[in-house]
Design a protein around this ligand. Structure first.
Ligand code: GLU
Length: 553
């Protein structure tokens, strides 16, 4: 059993999709608060909203938390985390428990069945609006129904919800972040605690579970602050303890908008308009949906559709969920460090720290009240710094793991020597673990399929005096006789050529070579690029490029 003075926090996501960075920050703070006090973190899956829940989303949450290094002590079992005496930890598997407490409230007369249809409720709401008063459900009609009439209506199968009869009086919420708030009498109406489908509402399940799972500290997003009044009246009616509350600031985009999937649709739509796309590629989204979505700026595609279109047109979407950041090559420890600064700081100038530091220093008195602004440029700078500071072997290991997960065909096409050469050439330049893959697709392109059609590459090859093509032709003769095809060996023949033929201007020589072998003006340093490609491939590419040169050369 958990000793009575043990701190117990909980992270309680609704599995409606992927773990959002805001949710990850909540989980991180719950973890840090418990860990820093030798307490426990409970992971509970709030899947009572059947329409939105999915099993794969629950697994996604577990995977994302593990990736961030947030281990839960109790909860669904996943790769060594979880288990515990208070399960099941999926709310959908706890219906009998909720029913027991619900029956208790009905028996004691503080909860009752209500039969108003959605249309009747809408009419009541509209009537209140017409009279310029807020709608508060007080249940005079439902509460006046005699018990045998209620039984008869239930027996007839009339849809009914169960509501809690909120007692009169103001409700005081003591919040460790926001301070004390008084919710005036009458503000909290008779709210639903069991839905017509038989499932408990979020309010009811959360109160029962926080009690039964021994939760001492409820740390959650500020959007739940107003719900706390409902939770408090339920706790009192059920004779439960009151946990300590701390409502955490939300995380917004710098322009003050909510960070949401909508941001992805917006960026994608804009990019596709700019590219003049009017037809979706097959296997992304239906034509009809695509057309509707392009025309309606408020419409959102399913996440899978958005990702498929972005992939097809190489559009970089803003990261919103933890798995987006992972795919984009952010390091989990950097994301945690950065997220914890969204709403908290250790004081002083210290900004770089790990999760263990966070656990030993995190407290609610340094959590800010106002929304945090998610500064992507700062996150990228943190990531760049962390990558640059890691030993080369670690960079190779982590990049290989990232490649295996997200770029398997790239990894398959490179030998281990090529891959380590590419890592050596890319380490200092990498802002993310994904950069190396995104910017070097030319390496895995078949020699015969490389294209040089952009203005920039033509300029490099045709411009200059002598022209880039001229240098390329001359260099080809040098390279064909080069046997030491290594970074040092290539430097040993190309640099002297630049001294001889380009007044020592290595750039004038390197750039045509780069364009010839990579098809673009950006690649790792030229000696590395050639060494990675290998002699046969590099020469084939140079020959194909020269075949495009103007006949006058
Ligand atoms: N399930 C709720 C959510 O995902 C959180 C509830 C809570 O923390 O009390 O927003």
């Amino acid at each position: 059993m958990t000793p009575s003075n043990t701190v117990v926090t909980r992270f309680a996501p609704s599995p409606s999709g992927h773990l959002h960075v805001g949710g990850a920050r909540t989980a991180l703070f719950c973890w840090a608060y418990a860990r820093g006090r030798s307490g426990k973190l409970v992971l509970r899956i709030e899947d009572t909203d059947q329409k939105r829940s999915s099993d794969s989303a629950s697994v996604g949450f577990a995977r994302d938390l593990k990736w961030l290094g947030i281990a839960w002590d109790e909860g669904p079992e996943f790769e060594g985390c979880g288990g515990g005496p208070h399960g099941p930890y999926f709310q959908s598997e706890r219906l009998e428990t909720y029913q027991r407490y619900l029956d208790q409230l009905i028996a004691s007369g503080v909860a009752y069945y209500a039969f108003e249809s959605p249309q009747e409720l809408t009419a009541m709401r509209e009537a209140a609006k017409a009279q310029n008063r807020p709608f508060r459900y007080t249940g005079e009609v439902a509460r006046a129904l005699p018990p045998d009439r209620v039984r008869a209506m239930l027996a007839e199968g009339r849809p009914a919800v169960v509501r809690f009869h909120t007692p009169p009086g103001a409700i005081t919420i003591v919040d460790e972040v926001l301070g004390t708030a008084l919710i005036p009498d009458g503000e909290t109406d008779d709210f639903v605690i069991r839905k017509a489908d038989g499932y408990p509402t979020y309010h009811f399940a959360v109160v029962v579970d926080d009690e039964l799972m021994g939760v001492t500290h409820v740390l959650r997003a500020q959007e739940h602050f107003n719900n706390t009044a409902k939770h408090i009246v339920l706790q009192d009616a059920l004779g439960f303890r009151r946990p300590t509350y701390g409502h955490l600031p939300l995380i917004f985009n710098p322009d003050g908008s909510k960070m949401s999937k909508r941001d992805k649709d917006k960026v994608l739509r804009k990019a596709l308009v700019e590219k003049g796309v009017t037809e979706p590629p097959t296997a992304t989204v239906t034509r009809q949906r695509f057309t509707a979505w392009m025309a309606d700026k408020t419409m959102q595609l399913e996440l899978e559709e958005t990702m498929a279109l972005a992939e097809a047109y190489q559009v970089a979407l803003p990261e919103i969920n933890v798995d987006d950041f992972r795919r984009s090559g952010y390091l989990p420890e950097v994301l945690c460090n950065f997220l914890s600064l969204n709403g908290w700081s250790p004081g002083g100038d210290l900004e770089t720290f790990d999760n263990e530091f966070l656990a030993s220093h995190f407290d609610l008195d340094r959590v800010v009240k106002t929304p945090a602004k998610f500064d992507r440029a700062k996150l990228l700078a943190f990531n760049l710094h962390a990558i640059a500071s890691m030993p080369r072997e670690e960079f190779v290991r982590r990049t290989a793991a990232h490649g295996a997960a997200f770029h398997p065909s790239f990894m398959e096409r490179l030998s281990s020597e090529q891959f380590s050469g590419l890592c050596n050439a890319s380490h200092e330049r990498s802002k993310t673990l994904d950069d190396l893959f995104r910017t070097n697709t030319f390496i895995t392109t078949a020699d015969d399929l490389l294209v040089w059609d952009s203005k920039a590459t033509r300029k490099v090859l045709e411009g200059g005096s002598p022209s880039g093509f001229h240098h390329l032709k001359a260099l080809r003769e040098v390279l064909v006789t080069t046997d030491d095809w290594t970074v040092a060996g290539l430097e040993g023949v190309i640099t002297p050529y630049a001294v001889r033929s380009a007044e020592g201007n290595l750039g004038a020589v390197a750039q045509p070579l780069r364009v010839a072998v990579s098809g673009s003006t950006v690649s790792p340093p030229i000696f590395d690029t050639l060494a990675i490609l290998g002699k046969a491939s590099a020469l084939r590419r140079i020959d194909r490029c020269l075949a495009h040169s103007p006949a006058t050369l």
